[in-house]
Design a protein around this ligand. Sequence first.
Ligand SMILES: O=C(O)Cc1cc(O)ccc1O
Ligand SMILES: [Fe+2]
Length: 456
Amino acid sequence: MLSSEAVTPPPFIHATTKHNASDPYTYQDGFGNHFSSEALKGALPVGQNTPQVCPYGLYAEQLSGTAFTVGRSGNQRSWLYRIRPSVMHRPFEPYESNAGIVGTFDARTTETTPTQIRWLPFPIATGNDFVDGLRTVGGAGDTALKSGLAVHVFTADRSMEQRAFCCSDGDLLIVPQQGRLDVTTEFGKLMVAPNEIVVIQRGIRFSVALPDGPSRGYMLEVYDGHFELPDLGPIGANGLANPRDFQTPLASYENGEPAEWSIINKYQGELFIAQQDHSPFDVVAWHGNYAPYKYDLARFSVIGSVSFDHVDPSVFTVLTCKSPHPGTAVADFVVFPPRFEVQMHTFRPPYFHRNCMSEFMGLIRGEYEAKKGGFLPGGASLHSMMTPHGPDASTVANATTRELLPGRVADGTQAFMFESMFQLRLTKWAVEHKQRDHDYYKAWQNIPVTFNPDQI
Ligand SMILES: O=C(O)Cc1cc(O)ccc1O
Ligand SMILES: [Fe+2]
């Protein structure tokens, strides 16, 4: 029997929906909705997108997230009503201040190895904002052909000031690990705490302030498609990440006073900068279904085995970016949430595995259930395609000898995985990083041989 003492309270759900339009961190709930939002009453044109003159003298601008002719169920676009059209900027020039962003993954710029790789926590460098503190760990494919993905980490101790970033190469899924990110976007503001994620789609301008000081996190970039909720199959209509828990900002704008702003644009894997004399966050109203959103991982409704065996981690998929191959993702964002474990006569930890997908993992907090040390918050691991991996020796020793009482697993922790059908190549920065743990292979060397042919 499960005694009440043995039960740790369920995870605390901290983000509450607010409907107070005077609070800039106010959200609209839902995934993939056609939202409408206006910061000034009457700013959204009624019944048409492009009136001859828009209310309040605003300019209409469409942001297309899919080709015009994509079918209705997949078509994504928004209409923005702004003080100035975003074309009012001076020409883009190469941006030289961050050479750590990589967008081509060939043998000249990157390296590869099938060895299991782990990094101890990436130290937070000083003097960088979110853009200058971005480093590409690895990736695959080609932005120009809209095929592939990149994995980045960021460390920053300065807010972006009068600087906006935009990624022309793909959609960004950002996972803060330390310190909240105060994200101003063209669509409004989002406050994103560790254990929450934010998705900012291709082309959307945003700026990151750091209300808690130094910050660190991970970023997945997909060069094609958009994130969607995974199908639920026999699970039914509810569970995993529920659509109503995704939150999109309400319109909020900065006034049109002249001020010098920089737009830093990642285009074809390279950074460019353009100057303009006004804030890019001058959108007074918008409508559409192409807009950033955040999600609190504590709201994930966990499915698992209640009888025996370890279920594949696909049941922990929060978001997926599908490829043309059914069931095979360009990238899945998977979490390992706190939950009950009740399986009988079962080796309960993540099983030993060789996968036809690449597995990049990070840790937001606590200790991952398969690694008792070495895999630390703010660090990362990569188990490449067909590379063997699994629980470390001490986890195996415990899992094979423990009494299988019902219990809690992973309380207070949150690990995640970017799982991809692509083979990742690593940047020199990642391969040569001083935090790379060259002893990682030792995690598995002391697994005892328990084979006994006379046992039965
Ligand atoms: O720890 C890992 O590498 C990820 C992982 C998790 C799991 O629950 C099952 C298999 C697996 O590879
Ligand atoms: Fe695996």
